[in-house]
Design a protein around this ligand. Structure first.
Ligand SMILES: Nc1ncnc2c1ncn2[C@@H]1O[C@H](COP(=O)(O)OP(=O)(O)OP(=O)(O)O)[C@@H](O)[C@H]1O
Ligand SMILES: Cc1ncc(CO)c(N)n1
Length: 260
């Protein structure tokens, strides 16, 4: 049994964050664990409040897990403060965590800033270098690089710049492109492209969280990064196809339990 850990924020509506990550872990037949960095009051329409968990308690959660359980893969999502980023990075180094997927969550689909502005530097300088793979969307890739990203060529340029910052692989996600949602993977030498048909649905809440968690699962299962990204892309496309309308705003993607 592969053991997966998510370090992320809680989404009360269950579509993104910790909840999306744990659903993905279960759905893909692995055992899921969580370190909660923040509680968000959130639904399909927006984010209405955030309480960050003190960094000492974040550290205690990581220590409790790694001192007792072997962890096969880690996904890191929303971490809003630089002090928490610093503690997470030093703890993961101390416990020699492997297969680390960093989803550099910055702003929710509804426009709420989940990363404090002061924490962008720590995310870039500390979190990116420990990542096996980092998965920015177009906006996050722009924020990290300072580029304006409109097409695949711009995504490739961003991939090259972000790769220089230390992660082993960069996946620039194209969910927000106007045409097909093509994601671009860069390993420092060559690019790979992951193309899917655009699923015509309003329920896209949690796409980024789900994709990064699925990548962590496949890395933990021993897939090479490019093959793991391919499988994870298939998973998120199916979760979008499965999605159903929920609430008055952007509904969640839906996970399915193939073993049931
Ligand atoms: N409508 C869609 N149809 C098919 N694939 C999609 C669609 N929207 C997003 N994707 C895919 O979902 C994954 C997540 O991409 P996206 O760019 O939406 O992430 P994100 O903006 O970080 O998500 P979030 O808002 O949850 O943080 C990518 O593989 C992307 O190509
Ligand atoms: C807690 C949380 N993490 C990530 C996202 C993705 O945008 C979100 N909406 N909420």
């Amino acid at each position: 049994m592969k053991k997966l850990l998510t370090i992320a924020g809680s989404d009360s509506s269950g579509g993104a964050g910790i909840q999306a990550d744990l659903k993905t872990f279960s759905s893909l037949g692995t055992y899921g664990m969580s370190v909660i960095t923040a509680i968000t009051a959130q639904n399909t329409q927006g984010v209405f409040g955030v309480q960050d968990i003190d960094e000492e308690v974040v550290y205690k959660q990581i220590e409790a897990i790694f001192s007792d359980i072997e962890v096969d893969g880690v996904k890191i999502g929303m971490v809003s403060k630089s002090s928490t980023i610093e503690i997470i990075v030093s703890a993961l180094k101390k416990f020699k965590a492997k297969n680390i997927v960093v989803d550099p969550v910055m702003v929710s689909k509804s426009g709420y800033h989940l990363l404090q502005r002061e924490a962008k530097k720590a995310l870039i300088e500390q979190l990116l270098p420990i990542a096996t793979i980092v998965t920015p969307n177009l906006f996050e890739a722009e924020e990290i690089t300072g580029l304006t990203i409109k097409d695949i060529k711009d995504m490739e340029k961003a991939g090259e710049i972000i790769h220089q910052m230390g992660p082993r692989f960069v996946l620039v996600k194209g969910g927000h492109l106007s045409e097909k949602p093509i994601d671009v993977l860069y390993d420092g030498e060559k690019f790979k492209y992951y193309e899917a048909e655009r699923v015509n649905t309003k329920s896209t809440h949690g796409t980024g969280c789900t994709l990064s968690s699925a990548i962590a699962v496949y890395l933990a299962k021993g897939y090479q990064v490019d093959e793991g990204v391919k499988k994870a892309k298939e998973y998120i496309t199916q979760a979008l196809i499965n999605a159903f309308p929920l609430g008055k705003g952007t509904g969640p993607v839906h996970h399915f339990y193939s073993w049931w």
